[in-house]
Design a binder for this molecule. Structure first.
Ligand code: GDP
Ligand code: IMO
Ligand code: MG
Length: 424
């Protein structure tokens, strides 16, 4: 059984926790897009782990973790993350962490270009994670990128790196920024390359052979469907296909190799960075931040918060083909008197049940809400569907109806154990 887990909103839905829960029955855990812009939190054995590039399956022994061709890898960041995980007692070797030789490399100049491009946008900035993700994917599409395979021979690597640093410095100068130091940039990548070389391999036959021999593969999506370069709130998106299709192009596993697709959503909505957010609500933001929740896993930035957006989730379930939703953070609504779900958008006198393409239209959409009674009860100790309060069960059922996809599991706390499977 090969399962794909996708964020259905604007990222940070709790994919790390859901992946960790599903890893027990997986043999391989695969990342197929994004890069160190991701921050996936897993709480296990009383410890908190935040993963950026390394698949969350690394926290279980005996699993093979693959960073696929669609991911953009910053070698120095990956080396740092491996050291951080080893510091927490996690075993990492070339046997349990494989890096695709076709994955593109994030260079120090990409981070500088990311920051410079954001600055040039001024008030219209995307609010990127400044990890160099956009400029690296741009190089890939411009056919000037450097790939992990280029790390195999140091002399060749030095040559291609030097050439790209020269042209990037010209771009930086045009944006009014100082040039990057050639020797520092070279050292950053070359030193990390020496450490990562034993992990680099052709992961495509590895994954396809695994699938043919009946192994269970779990695909770990990063970001969320509304940050997808095609389907999201363009241009306020990331630079990869975060949706289901990106899993195939980013891993070399054909669509026929995927058996089940799970969308992850929060019981409400959050977003970091700029862009439309129709259900954004200052009261729910104050309430969640007051509980000490919804601060970024990587940057600590307070996340923007709002009610669940059924329009986004319905659209997301449609183009990703979700079989079911894994809802997280239900406990975040425990104290609410009333709970809202957006069922449609109003754009002038039109009613929309999926979002518009034009960003200026999306920004003007107003939510149409359905209001349900809260349950005003602590759910964090509940361990089964029957133990959840009746209003809570009604919310979950109605939520599934509005978005056209059933909720299959629900999280009532950040720990591995705090997940309830919902009977069909
Ligand atoms: P990801 O990027 O999708 O993996 O999500 P993040 O790790 O960035 O953010 C999700 C946050 O919600 C983390 O702090 C998790 O520990 C936390 N979390 C996940 N599921 C639950 C849940 O069911 N209840 C609570 N209280 N926290 C959760
Ligand atoms: P996980 O995997 C939330 C957002 C940034 C910004 C936009 C573009 O933890 O859910 P980028 O650096 O990718 O060019 O930034 O995308 N973004 C995320 N938001 N969770 C993430 O990952 C994100 N990765 C990127 O905030 O708005
Ligand atoms: Mg995150």
């Amino acid at each position: 059984m090969n399962t794909l887990v996708i964020g259905s909103q604007w990222g940070d839905e709790g994919k790390g926790k859901v992946i960790d829960f599903l890893t027990e029955s997986a043999d391989f855990v695969v990342r197929s897009q994004g890069g160190s812009n991701a921050g996936h939190t897993v709480i296990a054995h009383g410890k908190k782990y935040v993963l950026h590039l390394v698949p969350s399956g690394i926290l279980w022994s005996g699993k093979v973790n693959v960073i696929g061709n669609g991911v953009v890898i910053n070698p120095a960041s990956l080396v740092e993350e491996i050291a951080y995980l080893r510091g927490l007692g996690v075993q990492i070797s070339p046997e349990n962490l494989l890096l695709s030789d076709r994955a593109h490399v994030v260079l120090p100049i990409h981070k500088l270009l990311d920051a410079a491009q954001e600055e040039a946008l001024g008030a219209n900035k995307i609010g990127t994670t400044k990890q160099g993700i956009g400029p690296t994917y741009a190089d890939k599409v411009r056919r000037i990128g450097i790939r992990m395979a280029d790390l195999s021979d140091p002399a060749h690597l030095r040559e291609v790196l030097s050439a790209r640093i020269v042209t990037a410095n010209e771009e930086l100068n045009r944006l009014g920024h100082p040039a990057a130091d050639m020797q520092e940039c070279l050292a950053d990548v070359m030193q990390a390359a020496d450490i990562l070389r034993p992990h680099i391999t052709d992961t495509i036959p590895v994954l396809n052979k695994a699938i043919r021999s009946g192994k269970n593969v779990l695909f770990e999506g990063a970001q969320g469907a509304m940050l997808d370069i095609d389907f999201g709130t363009y241009p306020f998106v990331t630079s990869s296909n975060t949706s289901a299709g990106g899993c195939c192009t980013g891993s070399g596993v054909p669509p026929t190799g995927i058996d089940k697709i799970i969308g992850v959503c929060k019981a409400y909505t959050t977003r970091v960075g700029s862009g439309p957010f129709v259900t954004e609500d200052a009261d729910i933001a104050d309430y969640l931040h007051g509980l000490g929740r919804e601060f970024g896993a990587t940057t600590g930035r307070p996340r923007r918060c709002g009610w669940a957006d059924g329009v986004v989730l319905r659209f997301s379930a449609m183009f990703n083909g979700f079989d079911e939703m894994a809802m997280t953070n239900l406990d975040g609504l425990d104290a609410c008197e009333e709970i809202k779900i957006c069922t449609a958008y109003k754009l002038g006198d039109r009613t929309l049940d999926v979002p518009p393409a034009l960003i200026s239209d999306w920004e003007q959409c107003k939510p149409v809400y359905e209001t349900l009674p809260g349950w005003k009860q602590d759910t964090t100790k509940c361990t089964s569907w029957d133990q959840l309060p009746a209003n809570c069960r009604a919310y979950l059922k109605r939520f599934g109806e509005i978005i056209g996809c059933p909720v299959g599991s629900v999280g009532v706390g950040p720990d591995r154990e705090q997940t309830i499977t919902i009977p069909r």
